[in-house]
Every structure is written in structure tokens, then in C-alpha cells.
Design a binder for this molecule. Sequence first.
Ligand SMILES: CC(C)(COP(=O)(O)OP(=O)(O)OC[C@H]1O[C@@H](n2cnc3c(N)ncnc32)[C@H](O)[C@@H]1OP(=O)(O)O)[C@@H](O)C(=O)NCCC(=O)NCCS
Length: 178
Amino acid sequence: MITFPLSVGQLRPWREGDEDSLVRHASNRHIWNNVRDFFPYPYTPRDAHSWVRSNKSYQQPNNFAIEVDGQAVGNVGFTVKDDIYRYNAEIGYWLSESYWGRGIMSESLPIITKYIFQYFQVNRIFACVLEGNIGSMKVLEAAGYQHEAIHRKAAVKNNQYLDEHIFSMLRSEHRELT
Ligand SMILES: CC(C)(COP(=O)(O)OP(=O)(O)OC[C@H]1O[C@@H](n2cnc3c(N)ncnc32)[C@H](O)[C@@H]1OP(=O)(O)O)[C@@H](O)C(=O)NCCC(=O)NCCS
């Protein structure tokens, strides 16, 4: 099983038994406000079961639970795109509000960035950040991602049009970092 140590815990695949803590930590409006609408709110036990079921058995997972104090309190994951975008991976993440501001995502993002370039045929990793999400932008910049574009009012959240900030890193740029 592929795992990565963190100073406060570890990144590891999702597994059965994570459901209760997933519901407890993911069901949060402050998280939902910054992610896609398909992320459930409220986050129900049924949502948690289907998340764990669909993520638990991969050899090379696309989603890693952030484990702190023995509990799954967040996720870092990615999807590889298709067609002419097939060398792109979109990365996304969330962390329980109880653990914000402790450097956990700043430590996790470079680890998963490296994992993607190492194990997947990907040339570019990108992230889409909604207007105002300063914490996420700082995490990406600290990991070496470039602020590449602003898609003006491209997203709608809570019935408001929001700018979407695109951050990316190319494989060649990652090589220079390491
Ligand atoms: C964005 C998020 C993942 C950040 O995780 P985190 O572990 O709290 O981030 P870190 O502690 O590593 O902080 C990174 C930097 O951002 C700053 N920061 C964190 N939250 C912040 C906030 N709300 N406002 C301003 N700055 C913030 C930290 O002070 C730190 O700055 P520094 O490097 O200058 O010291 C977390 O807040 C979260 O899950 N938010 C909701 C979901 C979300 O936004 N997901 C990303 C969608 S693109």
C-alpha cells in the first residue's frame, strides 16, 4: 500500500472505516464554498460510503486521505483528462476546517505533485481556484505552481459569478524544482 509520511500524520489510500470521520470533517459549508458543487453538502453517510467504495481498491490511487490523529480529515486527489487534454491532470484538495492553517496542505501538495509526475503520463498539472480563496492560492504558489490565467466570472457558486484562477505546473518545471 502506497503511503507518504507527513509531520502530523500521513497520506494514504482511502479505506473502509473512514466513513464516519469523512462525514464529520467534510460536511462543512466553508469547505463547500470553495469546491465544485458535486462535492456534497451536507455530506451524508451514503456519500461517504460511495466515496470510500469508489476509491479504496486502486493499485495507484487518484485520491489520498490525509490522516491526522488516526482519522481521515481531508483529501488530495486528481483526475487525468482525456482527448487532446490527455496529458493534463487536474488536482484538487480539501482539509477539515479544524486543521486549517497548520501547513498540512503546504506539505501534502508537493508530495502528490511528485507522485503524479512519477507514476502517470502527465505533462501538466493544473488547479482551478475560486476568487477569494487565498489559502489555496498560497499553497499552490509555495509548491511551485504558476498563476497562469484568470477565467473571468467563469464559475457560479452560491448564485454568484466568480473568477476562476488557473494555476499550473509543467513536468519540465517540476524537474527543475527537484
Ligand atoms: C485551501 C486549504 C486546502 C488550505 O489548507 P491548509 O492546510 O490550511 O493550508 P496551509 O496551512 O498549508 O497554509 C498555506 C498558506 O495559506 C495561508 N492561509 C491558509 N488559509 C488561509 C485563509 N483562509 N486566508 C488567508 N491565508 C490563508 C496560510 O497562512 C499559509 O500562508 P504562509 O505560507 O504564508 O504561511 C484549506 O483551507 C481548505 O481545505 N479549504 C477549503 C477547500 C478548498 O479551498 N480546497 C481547494 C479548492 S481549489
